[in-house]
Ligand binder design. Structure first.
Ligand code: ADP
Length: 163
């Protein structure tokens, strides 16, 4: 049986333990996992694209995840997936509120390329309310985010918010 390589796309602005949990679990299913940080200017990210790639790489190293590549793209996910020889898209589902968007995204991507399947991972209960936005909000007001992101991510947030 052929098990495809997978791509985990997202804004990762910044990466959190919720994302990292999905990465760990996806690594058990797929022989190769590529994290693809999307430019996503419409979301007005706090970190630049290259900063998000670097922060993601640092965070993975800090938590001891090896062998997961990190890349970036600006454009159609399907084109990025094709360029890397990918057969599956990994995404995460938290509350009900994620469902409509993920459903639409999965169907659209299947319409664009029926060979690439989307695989959705249910969040871990403890991370079900965790998002990059919440982490940024807490950090902006001086709160403790150590249970939500690795130390290197917290340090990057401190540098960015201080500047
Ligand atoms: P996007 O802007 O593409 O939604 P995000 O970085 O916010 O990028 O999320 C990327 C993917 O990771 C999405 O599928 C999202 O639902 C999932 N995700 C984010 N946080 C969590 C979490 N705490 N638990 C499970 N999945 C998550």
């Amino acid at each position: 049986m052929h098990i495809p390589s997978a791509i985990y796309p997202g804004s990762f602005d910044p990466i959190t333990y919720g994302h990292i949990d999905i990465v760990r679990r996806a690594c058990k299913l797929f022989p190769r996992l590529l994290i693809a940080v999307v430019a996503n200017p419409s979301k007005q990210p706090l970190f630049s694209l290259s900063e998000r790639v670097e922060i993601t790489q640092e965070a993975l190293a800090e938590v001891g995840i090896r062998g997961v590549e990190v890349t970036s793209y600006d454009g159609l996910l399907i084109q990025c997936a094709k360029a890397h020889g990918i057969g599956a898209i990994v995404r995460g589902l938290r509350a009900n509120s994620d469902f409509d968007y993920e459903f639409q995204l999965a169907l659209t991507n299947r319409d664009l390329d029926s060979e690439i399947e989307t695989v959705l991972f249910m969040t871990a209960g403890r991370y079900s309310f965790l998002s990059s936005s919440i982490v940024k909000e807490i950090k902006r007001y001086g709160g403790d985010v150590s249970s939500f992101v690795p130390k290197s991510v917290e340090a990057a947030l401190e540098r960015k918010l201080a500047g």
